[in-house]
Design a protein around this ligand. Sequence first.
Ligand SMILES: [Zn+2]
Length: 324
Amino acid sequence: MKPPYQEIGVVNTREAFKRAMEGGYAIPAYNFNNLEQLQAIIIGCVESKSAVILQVSKGAREYANQTLLRYMAMGAVKMAREMGSNIPITLHLDHGDSFELCKSCVEFGFSSVMIDGSHLPYEENIKLTKRVVEYAHQCDVSVEGELGVLAGIEEHVVAEKSNYTDPGQVQDFVGRTGVDSLAISIGTSHGAYKFKLKPGETVPPLRFDILKEIEKRLPGFPIVLHGASSVLQKYVAMINEYGGRIEGAAGVPEEQLREAAKSAVCKINIDTDGRMVVTAIVRKVLMENPKEFDPRKYLGPARKELIEVIKHKNADVLGSANRY
Ligand SMILES: [Zn+2]
């Protein structure tokens, strides 16, 4: 079967992950659901010469409309090429929760899907993941599975407590499902409040011991980190200064992500940081210009700032800049 994604101009994750593994860096997966976010991701990644995974959640697909999204992604690829860039661009479903949703995304031109069965009993996770892999691989679409549960809230995904990935299960899971990459839980979490810190406390380090153990059991296999925003304090402060109330939000320190990117971690998901940047700038511009009512006048500056943050992430956190 000819992969439907070829029409969009996107690619699966195979080549980019291989290069990331060899080069000791990770590919950024940025979530989008509107025009300005998508423009910022493409411009930021083209200018920093980084491969990119455009990531769409189930909620984003409902928000933006699945048909419109398909053509937005197609337009994004065309725009990158018109800018003279050859960076690989992947269109990926984030947290697919059913076989039907994954199948629909494959048919709509996604080149990669995640099936998240991590909340299911182990054998059921394997069964569901394997079914998605068998279907997706017929269309040359990559599949990401997940073992271990991240704490926090992300769209339809809610978990109170994290459950670290058991390294003893990874070989069996990957072998029996045939997934192309594996999302693991080593202390990252979804949302803006990754850690509830009391005054004087610092963020607990990621469990690099678990990551090492997994790498040992799955040599050369692509690992994915979800919930890997750093919750940049500059933007938390800006939100609070301009009328918002995001108190005590904290994320994963960028140095730790840089460290993880050097390992078998090939994909790092960043959503919250982008949301924070847009909210901070929109709040600031509107507070400073109470007479403004042209959305371009506040979404434009938000887009501009987001481009800079993406370039910073690619260059200084993921190490994916200047690879293409
Ligand atoms: Zn996630």
